[in-house]
Design a protein around this ligand. Structure first.
Ligand SMILES: Nc1ncnc2c1ncn2[C@@H]1O[C@H](COP(=O)(O)OP(=O)(O)OP(=O)(O)O)[C@@H](O)[C@H]1O
Length: 245
């Protein structure tokens, strides 16, 4: 289902980020690549309707992220920001169920659904632990469990593997692999590894502009023929964004 940014403009007080920006994403699993400051987090927050563009529109499957359509939009779209805030006093399961209540689910249904969601992200053993007592990687999985509880159709994940150790990154990769198929995902990251294994679509953003959109194979083909494997993706990325990091 298409997520469409149609001629949007957005600026933080003194910093313009997007000016008449358009992007159409309609793949099961999209990775949004880009250097620091490219606008990835801002774009994810706009897609989540957490930030509003000053002009233009954002739609998911035709539903507008604005005005009286906002509640319906937010029910379908979940956002896992870089920092998930544990809620004081709540257990992991309570916080996951709470994500469902916030999206308008009846409490008993949200509570029931939270059990299966925690199982899917492999957090059942931590269900009763206070959410402020779990690790960063576990918090992000908890965020995904919240999105699964209220059956989001699109999950936006902003730098989900930033700051995770290699084992946690692997766990996360497997989780994203499992999710694709039942839910549409857009993941922003700096990491160019394993693109072809996980994603069906690549979009590269730099300085508030789309530098590339296409399949992982098309992305890799941008690299010089002499490169291969992981280097190929890095070389393709460098071709598009130069020496920005
Ligand atoms: N709250 C804010 N107030 C003012 N400027 C901001 C704010 N958040 C981001 N910016 C600026 O907006 C631009 C886009 O930032 P954004 O965080 O969206 O980029 P990013 O691609 O996600 O970067 P990173 O990979 O470092 O997270 C940058 O110039 C950044 O400095």
């Amino acid at each position: 289902m298409p997520l469409v940014f149609d001629h949007i403009s957005f600026r933080y007080e003194k910093t313009p980020v997007f000016n008449d920006f358009s992007l159409h994403i309609d793949a099961r699993a999209t990775v949004l690549l880009g250097p620091n400051g490219a606008g990835k987090s801002t774009l994810m927050a706009i897609a989540a309707s957490h930030l509003s563009p000053s002009s233009g529109s954002v739609t998911f499957d035709g539903g507008v992220a604005k005005g009286r359509h906002l509640t319906a939009y937010r029910k379908r779209v979940a956002w896992i920001p870089q920092q998930i805030t544990p809620m004081p006093g709540l257990t992991v399961r309570e916080q996951v169920a709470y994500a469902g209540w916030l999206k308008g689910m009846p409490k008993d249904l949200a509570w029931k659904a939270s059990r299966e969601a925690l199982r899917r992200v492999d957090l059942t053993p931590l269900a009763g632990r206070r959410s402020h007592q779990v690790s960063g990687g576990q918090l992000r999985r908890m965020g995904i469990a919240g999105a699964l509880t209220h059956r989001s159709e699109l999950i936006l994940m902003d730098e989900p593997t930033a700051g995770l150790d290699p084992t946690q990154r692997l766990v996360f990769r497997e989780l994203v692999g499992d999710l694709v198929g039942s839910v549409q995902v857009v993941v922003s990251t700096h990491q160019t590894e394993d693109l072809a294994d996980l994603y069906t679509h690549v979009a590269v953003l730099s300085q508030g502009r789309v530098r590339f959109q296409g399949s992982p194979a098309e992305f890799h083909a941008l690299a010089p023929a002499t490169t291969g494997g992981r280097e190929q993706a890095e070389a393709a990325y460098a071709m598009l964004v130069g020496r920005e990091i």
